[in-house]
Design a protein around this ligand. Structure first.
Ligand SMILES: [Zn+2]
Ligand SMILES: [Zn+2]
Length: 270
């Protein structure tokens, strides 16, 4: 079931031991960093080896069925001492450990944040010898408008996305009233014809041809209709979808609009 850790693995199996005499469980975690000496490691071969080397030796011993390291708490004191064993922590306080509770697969990136208790809980919840600790899921941040969504995305992105989102199975639907301007098809057709299938902003050909046979360009009002701009050819350009988005949402939107007034002769500033 368990596999030996390889350097590019994203998850790793960690042995978890039952605490002695009912004490808290212990897990083989890098509690003092990956490079710390795992001094009381399996068969003393890991005396100065860093964490992953020590861990993969323990994993290999388990895979090979090397029972000596996993039965260290049975028998007389002398028998116990003569057995090869591995421990974690300082010599005085650390009990002998073995995967007596089981193994938990965890993300390598979480190793230094995990506690013995979390691994013990994962095994108890799974009620098996092998468990997988699922990464924590990010709760939904529900937004009721595109501008709120924009703001929240920028905030979360800025803070750094660390957790996998739980998402939503069936998103709630909102009814909305939108105001639509009554537009003149003549203005659109004339502007498209002037553009001759090329974006009037970046000069590149339309990205594809529509089912109607017309090149796919969108007609944009340089001064927005919503800001009181006119629906005349002196205020309209045919642009590709990329430029159109940039004209509405780009950091350079104002500069681009200024460039359009120079590039397209028929435009008049309003
Ligand atoms: Zn363009
Ligand atoms: Zn537009």
């Amino acid at each position: 079931m368990i596999t030996r850790y390889e350097e590019s693995d994203e998850s790793v199996w960690i042995p978890v031991a039952q605490g002695l005499d009912g004490g808290p469980a212990r897990a083989f975690l890098p509690s003092r960093g990956f490079q710390d000496a795992y001094r009381y490691g399996y068969k003393a071969e890991t005396v100065t080896a860093p964490y992953f080397e020590a861990l993969s030796e323990i994993q290999q011993a388990y895979i090979d069925g090397d029972s000596r390291i996993f039965l260290v708490n049975k028998g007389t004191k002398k028998e116990r001492q003569s057995r090869a064993c591995w421990r974690h922590g300082n010599k005085a306080g650390a009990p002998h450990l073995g995967p007596s509770l089981g193994w938990v697969a965890v993300a390598v990136s979480d190793l230094e944040k995990l506690s013995d208790h979390e691994l013990e809980t994962a095994l108890r919840v799974a009620n098996k010898k092998f468990a997988t600790l699922s990464p924590p899921l990010a709760k939904p941040v529900l937004c009721r408008s595109p501008s709120e969504l924009d703001q929240e995305v920028a905030r979360i992105y800025g803070e750094g996305v660390r957790e996998i989102p739980m998402g939503q199975g069936v998103p709630e639907k909102l009814e909305s009233t939108t105001h639509v301007f009554v537009r003149d098809a003549q203005v659109v057709a004339f502007t498209l014809q002037k553009a001759q299938g090329k974006c009037e902003c970046c000069q590149q050909p339309a990205p594809f041809v529509k089912a109607s046979g017309l090149p796919f360009l969108e007609v944009h009002h340089v001064k927005r209709l919503a800001s009181g701009g006119s629906d005349r050819v002196s205020n309209a350009v045919a642009v590709c979808p990329n430029c159109h988005r940039e004209l509405h949402h780009g950091a350079r939107a104002k500069d681009l609009a200024d460039e359009l007034y120079t590039l397209v002769q028929r435009l008049i500033r309003e």
